[in-house]
Design a protein around this ligand. Sequence first.
Ligand code: NAP
Length: 279
Amino acid sequence: MIKATTKLLCILGHPIKHSKSPLMHNKMLEILGIDSVYTAFDVEPSKVEDAVKGMKALGITGGNVTIPHKETVMPFLDEITEEAKNIGAVNTIFVKEGKYIGDNTDGRGFIISLMQDGGFDPKGKKALILGAGGAAKAIVTKLAMENICCIGIFDIDQSKSQELVNHAKKLNSTVNATNLKKEEIEQTATQADLIINCTPIGMKETDPELLNKKVFNQTQVVFDLIYNPSETKLLQDAKNAGAKIINGLGMLVYQGALSFERWTGEKPDTNIMMKAITE
Ligand code: NAP
């Protein structure tokens, strides 16, 4: 029950009504008997500064930040963790000694899903990354820190993929990072141990094919950040070729669990969180 003592956690995004975060966090808050509720705020891009000021004024105890505010929120926070600085984006806000601190749990959420659910250790491996937006940046940062050998990145906006290539090389000079042209994708995909879709392509049934099905084989792990549908065309083709497939649900839950721990100091049960968003 909401009482006068109940604290507030929230997610800031635009649009936000599709977000599954309130479902998983409220379920865990209830189970652990924590006197907090988690709600979603639809914040127009021009209102991000006001939203952070509002969080501070109302004593909101933490939250998440999602598209399109992950980068623009940064100047309005009191501190940014090393990890969020490296990624260049914030997906979690927590409060410590009255300071509103920006963190990023997307990359760690991804790595837990890849290593734990997929049984894949990126060290010394070759990866193809499709898309070079916010999520790709968190993922490439983590893969570079885990000493992946080679990363080929393709984005329709070649300046974005070039920027991400430069970012990977700066983080770890031993990583062989390449900005791929469209005609180089297929060959890189065929040779990759790991293929990751960091674009929104595959959410709609009418979306074009991202990769020709002939590039997949049974030694590969194919990771799609999309979780709705649970099996995109990309994952279906990869599965049919015998590749191991992972969708974005695990990443969503693990990044959420890491945020939850930041706010409450308690380790949530990720199985319960997963159930809360899939039922
Ligand atoms: P974003 O910042 O918009 O990045 C997507 C990038 O992909 C953009 O640079 C986009 O270019 C590019 N792109 C679009 N179509 C492409 C294509 N056919 N080939 C290559 N690049 C293409 O979005 P994001 O925040 O990184 O998110 C990407 C996806 O991951 C979304 O589906 C999101 O829902 C999902 N995601 C999942 C999780 C999770 O926990 N599972 C977490 C974060 C994100 P343009 O901007 O020019 O279109």
